[in-house]
Design a protein around this ligand. Structure first.
Ligand code: C5P
Length: 225
């Protein structure tokens, strides 16, 4: 069973506000991207492709000699398709797509996803239950005021993480149309595939804001990873 991992890392990092693309921000002496790539290899993945902003192509190739590095696109799905074009989806038995921003994902999450695809699922996502109360709102007065219109039952809701796992054919079909989605399983779902869920892990959270980065740094300090 061979596994390839595609890592979109071409986001601008605007919400993080670090003044540089998010994947290249320092996280305990290594970049967020290096930590994500380390995690992928530690999980036994055979081959890795990373998509980065054009201006960081050469620097990333020097930083990560074991991985293929390509130029990402203007939206996440374009970055994934750039990775796919580099390897071709049928180059392995399992294809994982993993956000660079989920730098602290434990190896067990990778194992659960790979195992589920190996056992016959076309598309697999790791997910965790939602803990906050969720409300649907409408925005009035030019965005100044929000009013609740419904309280949503959170029982059947899940917050979905990465790595997401695919049989190569399912991923190829999911990306056959040039759509964009916040995750690749969403494209597969739209293409008619059943998406199976395995337990995720709170450590697989996505580093998006300055708050997330602070938490990630504290976790690294406290666990000594
Ligand atoms: O923006 P968001 O945090 O949802 O991005 C998720 C992942 O997709 C990040 O690792 C980011 O670097 C990547 N991305 C990308 N190309 C884009 C936008 C986001 O590779 N154009």
């Amino acid at each position: 069973m061979t596994t390839v991992a595609l890592i979109p890392a071409a986001g601008s990092g605007t919400r993080l506000g670090a003044g540089m693309p998010k994947a290249f921000v320092d996280l305990g002496g290594r970049t967020i991207l290096e930590r994500s790539v380390d995690g992928v290899f530690a999980a036994g993945v055979d081959e890795v492709v990373v998509a980065v902003p054009a201006e960081l192509l050469d620097a990333t190739r020097s930083m990560l000699p074991r991985v293929h590095v390509v130029i990402g696109g203007s939206v996440r799905s374009d970055s994934v398709r750039a990775c796919l074009a580099e390897v071709g989806p049928s180059a392995s038995d399992v294809v994982l797509i993993h956000d660079a921003a989920r730098a602290l994902t434990p190896p067990e999450v990778f194992t659960r996803v790979i195992d589920a695809v190996s056992q016959g699922s076309d598309v697999v996502v790791p997910a965790v239950p939602v803990t906050d109360t969720l409300k649907r709102v409408v925005t009035q007065q030019s965005g100044a005021v929000e009013t609740v219109v419904a309280t949503v039952d959170r029982t059947p809701l899940r917050a979905v993480q990465t790595p997401q796992g695919f049989r190569p054919e399912a991923l190829r079909r999911a990306h056959a149309a040039a759509g964009d989605a916040t995750d690749d399983a969403g494209l597969a779902e739209a293409a008619g595939y059943a998406v199976h869920v395995v337990p995720g892990d709170l450590m697989a959270f996505k580093i998006t804001t300055a708050w997330d980065l602070r938490i990630a740094r504290m976790l690294l300090e406290s666990t000594g990873v």
